[in-house]
Design a binder for this molecule. Sequence first.
Ligand SMILES: NC(=O)c1ccc[n+]([C@@H]2O[C@H](COP(=O)([O-])OP(=O)(O)OC[C@H]3O[C@@H](n4cnc5c(N)ncnc54)[C@H](OP(=O)(O)O)[C@@H]3O)[C@@H](O)[C@H]2O)c1
Length: 364
Amino acid sequence: MTIRSPSRIFVVGGTGAQGLPVIGALVADGKYAVRALSRDATSRRAKALLALGPVEIVEGSFADEDTLRRGFRGCDGAYINIDGFNTGEKTEMYWAIRSYEIAIEEGIKLFVYGNLDYALKKAGYDSRFRTGHYDGKGRIGEWILFQNQANRDRMAAAVFTTGPYMEMAISAMTPMSPTVEDGVVTWRVPLGNGTVPHVALADCGYYARWLFDHPERANGLDLEVAIEQVDYHKLAAAFEAVTGHPARYIDTELDAYWHGPLKNSADLPAGYNADPDDKSTMSFRDNFTGFWTLWKHGIVQRDYTLLDEIHPNRIRSVEEWLRREDQAGRDLGQGSLWDRVQPENLFKHPPLLKLVEDRRKGRL
Ligand SMILES: NC(=O)c1ccc[n+]([C@@H]2O[C@H](COP(=O)([O-])OP(=O)(O)OC[C@H]3O[C@@H](n4cnc5c(N)ncnc54)[C@H](OP(=O)(O)O)[C@@H]3O)[C@@H](O)[C@H]2O)c1
């Protein structure tokens, strides 16, 4: 059976850090129209989406069957990134499953699931590596690929596995925000000699578009992406090379890390609408301890040869990414990267993550 590229795509998470470049890439040349779900069609980001091209907004929550049905109906493609930092791990899994099931029922032809690595499984089911916002997606990514073995002719499905956005390493209020200490840009994170398979958001747009453009290859594929395995010594050296200003990475004990800028969040649920009294709910501390342990031990790898084939012009190194980002900031009148990470500037521009912009508030 030949699968046609869809033409109208329902996007969940469209106003987010990931969704914006994905929708931008989809509507850039008019091949696709997008219907984006948002809890607030009047928000700054929802309005920004409309300016990108043929985009309509459907108001509502993914935690609602009627809304999901309204979103899928009349579309033939779907890009579903369920926000686990809203729901928490358990609720995310339920709504991700229902999204897949309702998508089939409503006649979607190609379903792309915004995924993260199934950290716990990849680490051999060793609970030191448990990372709720990864495992919650990763389990469902596998479940979708399994369902797809039976359903692939009725609805094609692909899993799109990303990772920590590279942009987070130069942004405020993220697990890897930089500080400037005595004129030195400093990353204090518990990474040891490990590496983080950071992703470039612009390339996520390209890859997502590629999946919709190549439905036959996408069907049953888990496309796992990254720029490279980013060693933070290399990140600091690249920052120096690009900006001409000093930078360093300081390997930090977990205890010290949790007494740093994230101290006040450490005991909060990682998902802001998760029930703190539910014993399945992971705190920020537990969730991101697993996250850093994962990178420290090199559990997650990528097939860079495949990525070179799919995206020949992809960003291949952290230095290349920093150079592009430095230029992009200058073009936008935000100054150089060095200027942008200064404490007086770091909070000046709207945050990368919508969840930070919304101060971790909003309904399920
Ligand atoms: N941070 C990273 O490095 C990273 C990397 C890869 C994957 N992820 C995953 O991506 C997800 C978050 O997306 P993001 O990174 O783009 O974050 P973000 O910038 O905070 O965006 C969150 C998105 O989720 C939407 N959303 C939240 N709750 C919703 C609800 N109940 N109904 C409908 N839409 C809802 C928001 O839309 P409205 O507010 O407009 O409703 C927004 O589009 C998380 O599951 C996270 O684990 C994060």
